[in-house]
Design a protein around this ligand. Structure first.
Ligand SMILES: [Zn+2]
Length: 332
């Protein structure tokens, strides 16, 4: 009789849902569940809710030895202590160390990381990085960028996450793209950031303001309530050749191509992976080759141009894949 294979427990704590999975060494998900975060439950209510899900995941491991617990959360994380700092979607958890809470509770080692940094690690081990290795051309330096409600990023260099001194490196959504006085305000408190020009939130904001402009009354976006316009409605209108939607997305493509050129110059990646809902929308409209063309055109040297750009194949599971990868990497 063979002994059961070891498993990693991965958790992804988002603003609305907390997800947990049991993942084997090959990145295969063996069990998965999620619970909604209780509203107005405060810090203790949120933590107890997640405790319950974690205990379910431990039970789901059955006889398999547990290699450790990896947790992905949005916002800055101290890599050594696992303490969360001002998590934007879960402000109640500011100053909480999930490592200190869960190690005594479970008897297993806990690693906590920022979701975008872990997504890069997930892509490196189980996503685009693995696909490249299987073709005999594994990446040395992988940059992951998620373009969704906001824009986040992570860098993995020779298998290791690049975290920075305080664990907040690779905030590529907040590189400044527009220094002018009219630059749009960003969620981070600054203005003119890539996130303020090219995120899903930015696309919706730009469309809402443009639709009342002169010459766009015939746009598909002008039908219905202005405030109901989302980035999805812009993608849908663009798919029907709507002139306004296409012009908005053309600016988004320019901003992303330019921002990603800065990324090439800063990190010299040989694999760039784009994820998030906006990437899906841009991919369906065949805009990704345009972004890549801008990068190749603007890159300063031939060496910077030696990269491959792909869309993430891990989708929503990318943070979870990274949370498992950090466990497998640590246990060897
Ligand atoms: Zn910003």
């Amino acid at each position: 009789m063979t002994s059961p294979l070891p498993m990693a427990i991965a958790m992804d704590w988002g603003g609305t849902w907390t997800r947990a999975s049991v993942i084997d060494r090959n990145g295969e998900v063996q069990w998965s569940s999620r619970v909604a975060n209780p509203k107005n439950a405060g810090k203790d209510g949120l933590l107890e809710n997640a405790d319950g899900l974690l205990n379910e995941a431990i039970t789901a491991c059955g006889d398999s030895p547990i290699a450790g617990i990896g947790v992905a959360v949005a916002g800055p994380v101290d890599a050594d202590t696992g303490t969360l700092y001002d998590p934007p979607n879960l402000p109640e958890l500011d100053g909480v160390s999930l490592k200190e809470r869960w190690e005594p509770m479970t008897g297993h080692t806990v690693w906590v990381g920022n979701d975008a940094n872990l997504a890069a690690l997930g892509e490196y081990h189980f996503g685009a990085g693995l696909a490249a290795r299987l073709e005999g051309d594994g990446p040395s330096t992988l940059v992951y960028m998620t373009i969704s409600t906001g824009i986040g990023g992570g860098v993995v260099d020779r298998g290791r996450m690049f975290l920075g001194a305080k664990g907040v490196a690779a905030e590529i959504g907040h590189m400044c793209m527009d220094m002018s006085a009219t630059a749009p305000k960003c969620q981070c408190g600054s203005s003119g950031c890539l996130e303020a020009l090219a995120s899903g939130t930015a696309i919706a904001r730009i469309a809402r303001s443009a639709v009342s402009g002169i010459g766009y009354q015939d746009s598909l976006l002008a039908v219905g309530e202005r405030e109901s316009i989302t980035s999805e409605s812009v993608f849908q209108a663009a798919a029907q050749d709507d002139r306004l939607a296409l012009s908005i997305l053309e600016d988004v493509v320019q901003a992303l191509g330019t921002g990603l050129t800065n990324v090439l110059h800063l990190y010299n990646p040989d694999l760039v992976v784009l994820g998030g809902g906006v990437t899906v929308g841009l991919g369906q409209l065949q805009f990704l080759p345009r972004i890549e063309a801008i990068m190749r055109d603007r890159a300063m040297s031939q060496r910077h141009k030696e990269f491959v750009l792909v869309a993430s194949s891990l989708g929503d599971g990318v943070g979870m894949a990274g949370a498992a990868a950090i466990v497998w990497e640590a246990v060897g």
